[in-house]
Design a protein around this ligand. Structure first.
Ligand SMILES: [Zn+2]
Length: 282
């Protein structure tokens, strides 16, 4: 079994003694972008680096050899992948910049959301960050459904205008629906609650590649369906929005542990009934 280090969310302090290009000054607070696309393939050249098939990703086991992550006191990253953190931005908030970028990208895949009724199915950490991004983007109604009450209360803190324990109402007529659950039942409920002519974004990754999907309703309601995977250029915008306070995400951080409590941190993070995002402090 290969030794491999987890961790994709990686704000910290850079100490760059061997630069080959422009880098933040020594001991500057930075965060790294977790993806290293090839920058050569057709998708990279089209500006869709998040879809690059040759990407390595911090803490990802998708390729062999696996890519070590940032669960370490020090790790090496290409200087061009460092993004300086604005002065007033707390590191613990910056830790959410990567998952918030995933949410930001998903919202960008939904078409216009300002002034619209938007449904978010699944209030895990990414779904909650979608709520935060939607609020900043000016959605008129943000309706959230989940199978647990605790994440729904966090969703309300972040700006959800209505929450539903279980499936959303089938007569909701959402103009945009974003599935963050990845569950077949969740996707089905998103389709049922969609308005004719609506947009559906599939953000949640399903447990297996093939899932039942209500294609008849997608056709007759003429839904526009888009997938959403990771992110690319959004990180700088997200860091700026976190720093200027227009993107409010702090309620998503439910726990913070020191390294000596790492085992407990993982146990808490696994339990969606009690936690959202859990930070491990190095
Ligand atoms: Zn590429």
């Amino acid at each position: 079994m290969p030794r491999w280090c987890w961790g994709t969310r990686s704000p910290g302090t850079s100490s760059p003694p061997r630069p080959t290009g422009p880098v933040p000054p020594r001991a500057h607070r930075s965060r790294s972008t977790p993806a290293t696309p090839c920058e050569q393939c057709d998708l990279c050249r089209e500006g869709r680096q998040n879809l690059c098939p040759h990407t390595s990703y911090l803490g990802s086991a998708a390729r062999v050899p696996h890519t070590d992550g940032a669960f370490a006191e020090r790790y090496v990253v290409a200087a061009r992948r460092l993004l300086p953190l604005p002065g007033g931005l707390p590191v613990r908030t910056a830790a959410l910049a990567e998952p918030a970028s995933v949410a930001w990208h998903a919202v960008s895949r939904a078409g216009a959301v300002a002034g619209r009724r938007v449904l978010v199915v699944g209030a895990g950490p990414i779904g909650l960050l979608v709520v935060a991004v939607l609020r900043r983007a000016g959605a008129r109604e943000i309706v959230v459904s989940d199978l647990r009450e605790r994440p729904l209360s966090v969703a309300r803190e972040l700006g959800a205008t209505a929450t539903h324990l279980g499936a959303p109402p089938e007569d909701l007529k959402a103009e945009v629906a974003i599935d963050s659950s990845g569950a077949a039942a969740g996707v089905r409920s998103a389709v049922l609650a969609s308005r004719r002519g609506g947009h559906l974004v599939l953000l949640g990754l399903p447990p297996s590649p093939e899932q039942p999907f209500p294609t008849g309703l997608v056709a007759t309601r003429e839904l526009t369906v888009a997938g959403s995977f990771r992110f690319h250029a959004e990180l700088a915008d997200v860091v700026a929005a976190l720093a200027d306070g227009s993107l409010h995400v702090d309620p998503v951080l439910s726990h913070e542990f020191g390294l000596d409590e790492a085992e407990r941190a993982f146990a808490v993070a696994r339990d969606a009934a009690t936690s959202s995002k859990v930070l491990l402090r190095f």
